[in-house]
Design a binder for this molecule. Structure first.
Ligand code: UT7
Length: 333
């Protein structure tokens, strides 16, 4: 029996909306400061959409760039897997809107809702689609518009200062030789679902949203920041070890580490604890903030375009977020 080809990343792309929002601008709207935000999170700016732009629009731009990098056109795709926690509309999924924006039809398009680990979950689905032989070319996208769902007042400041809008995409196709996605490792711990969540609108309410829910701010993200932080710095090293062991790799053999961009302090702590040299870790949270499902593919695209991922390089991606969800993947370029 023929061994199925691994899925490889044939092209990457990213996009952020043009409007840059500085810490100083946020400090005019709520009780915060550039100093607090930089010291606690490492973030200096983030990008926000203008009214009327949604996550499918950002995803389209990132996808077009990934397709171009892969030397392909949208009509060459066999499936779309899109990760987002900020859907374009309640339903249908953002992937359907993206498919239409790409000017294609009929290929399957599905959404993955796994928050900041969403890209890794989508990558696993896309990779298995490719390896099955049924869908050889799969577009995997992470996209978020956070700015329309956060509170620009002191009540929401813990979350509002960290979130940004953006999209990142990869095109998967069968890889040759040793290249490709070596493994993906995924976890969820639903008992902590309410430690970082948006409660409403929710199908448990009749109606799903009303003025009382809005007045209580239950349509805005609520986060127990310290609790999330503590679990992130525990789970990320754990799942990295799982990925390395599975592939019989030593930490030193990894050329590039791409972590979810939630807080620079999380990534610095994880890298320092594991003994990873800073030059092997790429962060862009300083300029984009936390773009949830888009963060890892945005980092990947910047590294690829900067020539930081030569042929044969081993890349380890790792994320943690709401759910709680966490995961890691090793890719040989
Ligand atoms: O992407 C998904 C995963 N998300 C994460 O991984 C986020 C993890 N958590 C974090 O990154 C951090 O917990 C935060 C950046 C959100 C908060 O930093 P912290 O050092 O954990 O602060 P804290 O929540 O313990 O709050 C310390 C103080 C509080 O004031 P009091 O109670 O000490 O008077 C907060 O009210 O800082 C206050 N605070 C702020 N002050 C100025 C919270 N947010 C802000 C703010 N500006 N934006």
């Amino acid at each position: 029996m023929q061994t199925p080809s691994r899925a490889g990343i044939a092209g990457t792309g990213m996009y952020v909306p043009p409007r840059v929002v500085t810490n100083e601008e946020l400090a005019k709207l709520m009780d915060t400061s550039d100093e607090w935000i930089v010291q606690r999170t490492g973030i200096r700016t983030r990008h926000h959409v203008d009214p009327g732009t949604g996550p499918a629009d950002l995803a389209k731009e990132a996808s077009m760039r990934a397709l171009e990098a892969a030397g392909l056109e949208a009509r060459d795709l066999d499936a779309i897997v899109l990760a987002s926690l900020s859907p374009h509309h309640e339903f249908p999924g953002t992937s359907a809107f993206l498919q239409a924006l790409l000017g294609i039809s009929e290929i399957p398009a599905m959404d993955v809702r796994c928050q900041c680990t969403g890209f890794l979950y989508a990558l696993q689905v896309g990779r298995l689609f490719v390896e099955s032989g049924q869908y050889p070319r799969v577009l995997v996208v992470g996209t978020e518009v956070h700015s329309t769902g956060i509170e620009f007042t002191t009540r929401g400041r813990d979350v509002t200062v960290i979130f940004g809008d953006g999209a990142g995409a990869v095109v998967l196709e069968p890889a040759e030789g040793e290249r490709g996605v070596l493994s993906v490792h995924l976890h969820t711990q639903g008992e902590f679902a309410r430690k970082l969540w948006v409660e409403a609108p929710g199908s448990v309410f009749q109606p799903r949203i009303d003025q009382a829910l809005i007045d209580d701010g239950r349509h805005y993200p609520q986060m127990d920041g310290r609790f999330v932080f503590k679990h992130a710095v525990t789970r990320m090293p754990e799942v990295m070890r799982e990925a390395l062991d599975k592939n019989q790799l030593k930490l030193e053999e990894i050329d590039l580490f791409l972590f979810h961009q939630a807080n620079l302090r999380i990534n610095e702590y994880v890298a320092a604890q594991a003994g990873i040299p800073p030059e092997k870790v790429y962060n862009n949270i300083e300029v984009y903030g936390n773009c949830s499902a888009a963060a890892i593919p945005m980092c990947l695209d910047e590294c690829v375009r900067q020539g930081r991922v030569p042929e044969g390089a081993l890349v380890l991606m790792c994320g943690f977020g709401s759910g709680f969800t966490w995961g890691a993947s090793v890719v040989r370029w």
